[in-house]
Design a protein around this ligand. Structure first.
Ligand code: ZN
Length: 149
């Protein structure tokens, strides 16, 4: 007998991270048809204006600017530190929390409003009990200071 060696499809780490069979991963959000506020994931009620049942499902932008961050020096056991926990204001709306990668965890290397892109990678080796891997989203600097003109 041979073992089933079918490739397992990685799982999204959050339900609003979409992994289509064709095309690149993306994040999905909800946009209020009344006030225009945008939120990650599916919503029926707008947290901005309270309007119900007028939320449109949209694809969130893969670009934004660093709004805020914290350098985390102590976390759960097994989580490598330090890392940068960030809040990014995506183009077109939506404030999204995540990890800023490809950047030294040093305040001298991190600038508010620096342009970042959303990238999708393996969730640092995490697996579920069946051995399935996860895909997560991260923020990465759009370019370095040397590249900007
Ligand atoms: Zn609203």
């Amino acid at each position: 007998m041979t073992q089933d060696k079918t490739m397992r499809k990685p799982l999204p780490v959050v339900d609003f991270l979409k992994l289509p069979d064709v095309g690149d991963p993306y994040l999905e959000g909800s946009k209020c048809q009344n006030c225009g506020a945008v939120f990650p994931g599916a919503r029926k009620t707008c947290a901005g204006c309270g309007t119900r049942n007028h939320m449109e499902t949209i694809r969130l932008s893969n670009r934004g600017k660093l709004y805020s961050y914290s350098i985390v020096h102590r976390s759960f056991p097994g989580v490598p530190v330090p890392y940068i926990s960030a809040v990014v204001a995506l183009e077109g709306g939506c404030a999204l929390k995540g990890c800023l990668i490809d950047t030294a965890p040093d305040p001298a290397k991190v600038a508010f409003d620096m342009p970042v892109k959303v990238v999708f990678q393996d969730a640092r080796g995490q697996k579920d009990k069946d051995g399935n891997s996860y895909v997560s989203y991260f923020f990465s600097p759009e370019h370095t200071k040397e590249e900007s003109r």
